[in-house]
Structures are given as structure tokens and as C-alpha cells.
Write a protein that binds this ligand. Sequence first.
Ligand code: TMP
Length: 398
Amino acid sequence: MKCKITNKKIEPFMSFGKMPISNNFLKKEDFKKEYFFEMEVGFSETISLLQLINHPEPNQMFNNNYPFFTSSSQFMVKHFKQYADWIMQNFLKPNSRIIEIGSNDGTMLKNFVKSGYIVSGIEPSKNCADIANKNSIKTLNSFFSTNLLSQLESFLGNTDAIIAANCICHIPNLEEVFKTVEKLLSKNGVFIFEEPYLGSVFDKVSYDQIYDEHIYLFSVTSIMKIAKIYGFELIDVIEQATHGGSMRYVISRKNKIVSPNVQKYLEKEKLKGHDTLQGCLKFKNDCEKSKEKLVTFIRNIKSKNCNIAGYAATSKSTTVLNYCGIGTKELDCIYDTTKEKIGKYSPGKHIPIVSYEEFTKNYPDYAYLLAYNHKDEIYEKEKEFSLRGGKWFSHVEI
Ligand code: TMP
């Protein structure tokens, strides 16, 4: 297979096995027709980019049934407010125009609208775009591409910030993204996005960040090289706690001042081997060890006749549960807050999804925190569980 950016041949360095669509929470009658693909991962040494070899088409994932709403996490709502404030302070002037790629239900753009800026959200999942428009956050229900330019006339060459969060790594055709950014960005405009960070994934062995929607796992080295290919420059990077470890990237047209942060992370990645295939092979080995550890840990709990429930039916849990072969024998159910998931079954392993309200009525002995990135928020909300002797665990912390 060829690297999606350089077009040079790359080989898979590992496979996570057969995977379903990570967000396809399904009904019993749909089990038989569930779609699976072989989730192999490759690495382009030329641009230091980790990428999925095969993945479902974007419209199989982002459609009218997309079951994730940014506003479902108070922590994320707060994070997006801080992200928006930071952009306003550093990059905007009165009357600046802002575009968000993958704007979901408008949670982040709402902050700019409140401050009087002109915004346009771009969101391919119709159910999410509808919510944003209902709340008067102007959103085009579409993928971000040059096809949209005729609908964004007043933004052409006039957009001071094009922003995204947990979205750019979902887009297979990055050339099209940069071409569209090139047309929209003002002379001193910035393209800012934050995405799960390869450095954190490798350090924590949080391989569950790799799933169908995450076609790429970016690092500072890879983004620096990709920006260059498309005629832009990476001018700053700032690490974030979100999604178990993310990186915010700031990209501009060429010949701007580059923050020393960029060099700092480039050196760090080189030192750790995160920019080479060698580093990926170590990661592969770490994933196999992590799988063995989790399976043994769960087997030990079950041998003591204790029961386990999953907590939070995250998309990334689809990778762990399917890769490690954890199903209904191991987990009684998964508790979750999302009404679109409740009453359905988890992708691939078909574990029942139950309303989080039932958790308090029926505490298990152990709760597997599948949303470890929301740990503080969930531990606080469910502190009674620990007080009554319940035990939390997650694959990144055993
Ligand atoms: P994601 O990691 O794929 O974005 O999904 C997060 C899931 O976690 C989503 O289904 C909602 C769920 N969740 C809870 O059930 N309780 C919580 O307190 C939080 C923050 C999330």
C-alpha cells in the first residue's frame, strides 16, 4: 500500500486484527451484517507518519447516526472554552472570521459567536450539524474540501483562524485540506488543530487511540514535514491533557517566527525514536505486552468470581475490546450517558450498553474505565462506587 501523502510504498508493521466500525453501536438484528476490516498500521519513514493501511470510507462513519456529541463531557466543554479564549487572545482582531473543521454540535464555535466573531462550522454528521444550526451556530453539513468554497465566499483569503480538534487525523485526503486552507486563510491567518499525540500514545501504550476514524497518528515531526510539503510552516506546538495526551499544532504561511517549542519536541521525538520505524516496532511489542497484562488481570478477577462492568462506551474501547478479545464473558455490560448508544450493543463484541443511571443501582465488583481520558470527571461523579469498595481499572493503569 502507498503512503497517502508521499505516495511511496509502505508496509504494515502491525495488525490489530479484524475490527468493526468503532462508533457503530448496533441492535441485535444487525449483528449478522456487521462490517469488519483488517486494522493494519503502517509507517512512512519519509514523513514519520503512522497511518492505517485500510479504513472504512468516511461516509460509513460520519453520517446521520454519528453518536458522539462534544457537549456530552463537561471537561471537554471547559477545554474548548479555554482553547477558544487562547485563540481569541493570540490570533484574532475584531471582526475576524473563523472556520472550524469538524465542528460537531458547535460546542467550541459557541464561544466565538458569544464574543461577536463571524463563524462557519463545517460538519459532515448531519445530526451534529443540525444541533449547531438549531442553536444559531452557522454550520455547513459537509466534509471540508474545495467543493465548499463557493458557499464560503466572504471567508476566501479572509479567515484569520481555521481551527479543529480531534478531526484532522480523521481526514484521509490531507492534500485537499491544505488546498482548502490555502484558499481560505488570510495573509497572517493560522491553521490550528489538536489531535491525539503519538508521543503520549507510545509512552502510555494507549494503542486504543488507533481506530477506524483515526487514520493518522500525528507527531510534531510528521506535522512539520506535512506542512512543508503543502507550502506551510509549523510555528508552534503545545501539549494538551485531552484524549489521554494530545498536541496542539499552529501552522501558518511561510516565513513567520517559529517558537522554540517546535525544536524542543523534534529533538525529544528523535531521542525517543518516535520518528522512525524502529520506534514503531518497540510500540508493537509494548502493545502485545499490554494485551497480555490486561487479559491476565481480567482472568484473575473472574477466577475470584467477581463481576466486571465497563464504564463509558468510547469509540477507542472498540480497539481494546476487539484486539484483546474481551466480550460478554468478561464484561456484564458497559454503562454510558449517550442516549443513542443505550439499549444497543458494542461494536464487534456485542456487550450491552446500559444507562449510567443503572450503575449506582447495581455496582459491580470492578469497573473497567474505558474513558480513562475522562477519569477525574467520572471518579468525581461516581465517588460512591469507590466508597462502597468498588475498584476501578483501565488498561493504561494496571
Ligand atoms: P469518546 O471517547 O469516543 O469520545 O466517547 C466518550 C464516551 O464516554 C461517550 O459515549 C460518553 C461517555 N461518557 C460517560 O458515559 N460518562 C461520562 O461522564 C463521560 C465524560 C463520558
